[in-house]
Design a protein around this ligand. Structure first.
Ligand code: MG
Length: 259
């Protein structure tokens, strides 16, 4: 179901988004070589709970952790493990969701671990930029698939693969609400976006092929060619003008020049 939020609900989603933005900011400074992916998850859960929020991923459809921690060719839904060390040169995607007073926020960031190849850093940067380019199309009265077309137009110049098996989504009381928000051009225009809808936009971009496959653990998606993948996600509020990015800190909004 698509939900249009009231002012009070939007305020709570803003608060949820700010908690999540702080969690991500702390985690950004925490990522370093020698940690395990479970260390990152443990830190993440502590941060979320210290702010009085609840990790929405934990137990979601049986997912065992608070963060999805996906390394290198893992696209999404990496399961934190005490045996998986992150090393200099890796990239690690942290996808995290929180619930605050019954309202959800969802955001993902890909981080470099120490020094990484320049082409991989560019992949991370272009993936993030594709989000900011894409959300410019997300205004009241536009169609949901205008976002994906805009992202695809931007990404195609780099020759990357856009993941099609996984998409963004509406968000509110539930982590996944309608509509689906693809990161690529579709033949249909999709649903009309309306003021006070909240959606998570989350381009997942591969350095090589767009094709991904699910691993035997039933969760983790990896690229079919083993090339690295980057992910960038925020929860946004549809307005009459540019959307408001709920899961970025004020100083980050200044850097990226968004509302
Ligand atoms: Mg999401």
């Amino acid at each position: 179901m698509v939900t249009i939020k009231t002012e009070r609900e939007i305020q709570l989603m803003r608060e949820a988004g700010q908690i999540l933005a702080k969690v991500h900011k702390e985690l950004e400074g925490y990522v370093k070589p020698g940690l395990t992916t479970l260390d990152l998850d443990t830190k993440c859960e502590k941060l979320i709970r210290s702010m009085g929020a609840v990790p929405s991923f934990k137990g979601y459809c049986g997912f065992p952790a608070s963060a999805c921690v996906s390394v290198n060719d893992e696209v999404v839904h990496g399961i934190p493990s005490a045996d998986r060390y992150i090393e200099e040169g890796d990239i690690v995607t942290l996808d995290v969701g929180v619930i605050w007073k019954g309202w959800q926020s969802d955001a993902a960031r890909t981080h470099a671990v120490g020094k990484i190849d320049s082409e991989v850093q560019e992949l991370i940067d272009h993936t993030r930029e594709s989000f900011f380019v894409g959300i410019k199309a997300a205004t009241d009265g536009a169609r949901v698939n205008d976002i994906g077309r805009t992202i695809e137009d931007y990404i195609n110049q780099f020759g990357y693969g856009i993941v099609e098996d996984l998409v963004g989504h509406g968000i509110g009381r539930e982590m996944h609400e309608e509509p689906e928000v693809p990161n690529f051009a579709c033949r249909s225009r999709g649903m009309k976006l309306r003021k006070n809808m909240t959606i998570a936009v989350e381009p997942m971009i591969n350095l090589g092929t767009w094709m991904v496959e699910e691993q035997d653990n039933g969760w983790t998606f990896v690229t079919c060619d083993g090339a690295p993948s980057a992910h960038y996600e925020n929860t946004i509020l549809i307005t009459e003008g540019e959307p408001e990015v709920l899961s970025l800190l004020p100083e980050e909004k200044k850097i990226y020049n968004v509302k």
